[in-house]
Design a protein around this ligand. Sequence first.
Ligand code: EPZ
Length: 462
Amino acid sequence: MEDTPIVTSNGLNQSPASPEAGDAVLEIWGKHPLSGHVAISGAKNSALVVLAGTVLSSQPCRLRNIPNLMDVGRMAQVLEALGVKVTRNGSTLDIDPSDISHTRAPYDLVSRLRASFFVIGPLLARMGVARIPLPGGCAIGARPVELHVRGLQALGADVHIDHGTVHASIPGSRRRLQGAKIYLDYPSVGATETLMMAATLAEGETIIDNAAQEPEVADLANFCRAMGARIRGVGTKTLTIAGVPNLHGTDYAIIPDRIEAGTFLVAGAITQSEISLSPVIPEQLGAVIAKLREAGSQVVVETPNRVRLLPGREIHATDIQTLPYPGFPTDMQAQFMALMTLSNGSSMFTETVFENRLRHVAEFNRMGANIRLNGNCAIVQGVPVLSGAPVVATDLRASAALVLAGLAAQGKTVMAGVQHLDRGYEQLEQKLVKLGAHIERVTGDSLPQGAATPASVAFPRG
Ligand code: EPZ
């Protein structure tokens, strides 16, 4: 059971909080208009992989704009298990990777944060060996890693899987991986990141073709370049990495979280409220902003890092197909579906990235939505109102989407599975309350009677 993290003396999130913290629910009273400005935190999906990337150098790094999330705390625990020292001071993390004393990541940590698998590339490139448990599936899909494994083998590593652990090593007397030309069958974000990091220390040139172009991949590339890596084609589907013998430490600030920003834009649209957000990088939200405009909202870019949402009088139906960047992000699919449940028409959602990322549909329907599932498609017939109800979040983005639906529903919504929210959103309810929402987190014996709690619902690993 994932628990609300507590902060320890070195400022890090350590997971074991009191058991009732895992039973927290959010009570959301709908129909409260929002107004004002919300500050967007650093990108979770940059923070996790940049933390892994610090292992590439033996010198200290300072990382800035790092959100205080359960997943970031878990990644820090994985690094500490390898011998890395991690100290948090507000949104700044000081990393000292000078003394890597282990090359095996503990299963109990990797099984709670699949992104920790991303340390395999840096650890192998730095130490010549890495033993990382297979991350396993999660609520949204099987999440295989064969693209990571095949890419590392192309770079000259011996990689085999034994008893659920991926054993990777640089064979024989060689100290470094060998540059190679790699074509990714699918533009996998994680595989692109793993292989780009490994290639920075390889001997010779590596080309990664059909690479993922997500902004967080570019952010990682820029972090590696700040450490002295030589990477060309950042932000395109072809990355060229000229390996260097070693990398130095750096002081680096990660980008703002485009998915958090998109989530708040939908919060404004679904409650018919005008709100502004910063910092935001508008061009990283191109597909989301285009779809919000199609749905009737105005999105005004006020300054290069600040946007304002002005809601439309009606919510117009529009179709969504999730795609690799720059297509519509799968991480915004559930949130945008919440908006479409109240549209004036019918919209088709096609989830092409993950095979099981429509589990929020059943919960929306409990709130009065009218959604039919057909494989990886959902047909959303807009309804005039949603009604508050007890609901259960099944994964990170579903939890955010249910909060958004609760903001628009008549009456009270009680959402269980709050630990999913804490994995990926920094103070979401506090930020929404500051905008005027009426949300309360209820834990332990003060739970409302009859509220569904995670204990009553089997939760797959998030
Ligand atoms: C990253 O996951 C993000 N996580 C996800 O965000 C995001 O949804 C996803 O990219 C897509 O944008 C982090 O960055 C920590 P993929 P990742 O490899 O790297 C298949 C969130 O909510 N695949 O691009 O795991 C895979 O099964 C999270 O913040 C293989 O088949 O995503 C999936 O169907 C959720 N074999 C598709 O590719 C492989 O070897 C996309 O996965 C690798 C991936």
